[in-house]
Design a protein. Structure first.
Length: 418
């Protein structure tokens, strides 16, 4: 069979698992060379990233008997299930034991982890270590597992399965769209990947399925970009697509604030916005370019962007800081990071001993507060300058937000070009 044909992306992880599969399928060849068989393979990662799919593909490719242990109605029954699976595997070796969601096998009715289940797994792996029995397991959280179970010689191969990258998200989206009737002019996997990067494979599949259901509910013949975007807003962003101010004045003020932040974001070097909306009180989604991380320059750009909303409202309506409390708090946190942690204003402001802000000496508190205020004032003034220099861009964003209520990465690009 074609190995991992059901897995899109994750090329590095698939190469490692292919090597594991080869060692299991050609154990005599490896034994002759003095390389022992891995005793256990553990796939760890957040729910929905595809751990079980990968494990099942590995099990199928190995073409050996598979014995599974599952969570039972009681702790005692679960442990008995574990011993039975390993006993059967040893009797029919070479064989595999599959422990899907291994951490859940030890979940107790009293909301704590039953260490007896982990001890049973460890004991079974020890008892079958010379029997050509390999354990394949998946787990959401390794923090609950004892270190003795995770050590080499038990789980020799431990792979962390992360969330799909943007490129992988695009491939996954294209895969799930291929059998759906779509409006090819409006639905593009590359644009959707920008909105869905950072979410699991299961999230992507669910969103596209719900979007198709929405299209059917509306009796539409094809799936349109609007169906997908509004499903993303509802299911993942927790914003109702029609939850925007009915009052024209409030709606305009929200649009002004979001347009202000957008203007600062698109003119920044290190910030990449991909979604903006006036719904749900207004929101802007963006990425900081990974090569810059939490650099001083990128942090200052983010602080400026956070304050651009209130700056825009002040410039265009004369009202200061309306509906911008959350952004101002975030800007303050960034200013504190710059001053007290990254020493941007000198080492006399730094929290050198790792103390919390509330426990700094009074003299330092006052000095730090002054420098934070200076950082915030500079950022606010810079935001105003950006808005004044890019008035046409700001007005275009505002117009588009009022007309469409949200802007995806495609509309943002179009608005920038006008």
């Amino acid at each position: 069979m074609e190995l991992f044909k059901n897995i899109i992306g994750y090329e590095g992880e698939k190469k490692i698992l292919a090597r594991v599969c080869d060692s299991i399928c050609n154990r005599e060849l490896y034994a002759k060379a003095g390389a022992r068989l891995p005793k256990g393979v553990l796939l760890q990662g957040k729910p929905g990233v595809g751990k079980t799919v990968m494990a099942n593909d590995l099990l199928a490719a190995c073409a050996l008997p598979v014995y599974r242990a599952k969570k039972q109605h009681s702790d005692k029954a679960t442990i008995e299930s574990l011993f039975k699976a390993y006993r059967k595997a040893a009797e029919n070796a070479p064989a595999l034991v599959f422990l899907d969601d291994m951490d859940k096998l030890a979940e107790s009715e009293d909301d704590y982890y039953n260490q007896d289940a982990f001890t049973a797994i460890q004991s079974c792996m020890e008892d079958t270590k010379h029997c050509n029995v390999v354990t394949i397991a998946t787990v959401n959280d390794t923090d609950c597992l004892p270190s003795s179970l995770l050590r080499k010689g038990r789980f020799d191969v431990v792979l962390t399965i992360g969330l799909p990258s943007r490129k992988e998200a695009e491939q996954i989206i294209a895969h799930y769209l291929q059998n759906k009737p779509i409006n090819k002019r409006s639905v593009r996997a590359s644009d959707l990947a920008a909105l869905l990067t950072g979410y699991s494979c299961a999230d992507l599949e669910t969103v596209l399925n719900e979007a198709m259901s929405l299209a059917v509910y509306e009796r539409k013949a094809v799936l349109d970009n609007r169906h997908i975007v509004e499903t993303i807003m509802t299911s993942l962003y927790e914003i109702l697509p029609y939850d925007y101010p009915a009052n024209a004045e409030e709606l305009t003020e929200t649009a002004v604030s979001i347009a202000g932040k957008l203007t600062a974001a698109v003119t920044a070097k290190h910030i990449s916005p991909y979604f903006a909306t006036v719904c749900g009180g207004g929101a802007l989604y963006y990425n900081t370019l990974p090569e810059y991380g939490d650099s001083v320059e990128s942090l200052r750009e983010e602080m400026c962007m956070r304050l651009a909303g209130s700056a825009a409202v002040g410039l265009h309506s004369g009202v200061q800081d309306a509906n911008c409390e959350g952004d101002i708090k975030q800007a303050y946190r960034i200013a504190y990071q710059l001053v007290a942690e990254l020493c941007c204003c000198g080492f006399d402001c730094t929290d050198r001993f790792g103390q919390l802000y509330d426990y700094m000496p009074d003299a330092m508190l006052e000095h730090v507060a002054e420098r934070i205020a200076e950082e915030l004032e500079r950022a606010k003034q810079h935001a105003k300058e950006i808005l004044q220099a890019n008035e046409a861009l700001f007005q275009n964003f505002k117009k588009q937000l009022l007309a469409n209520k949200y802007l995806t990465i495609r509309e943002l690009r179009k608005a920038e070009k006008r």
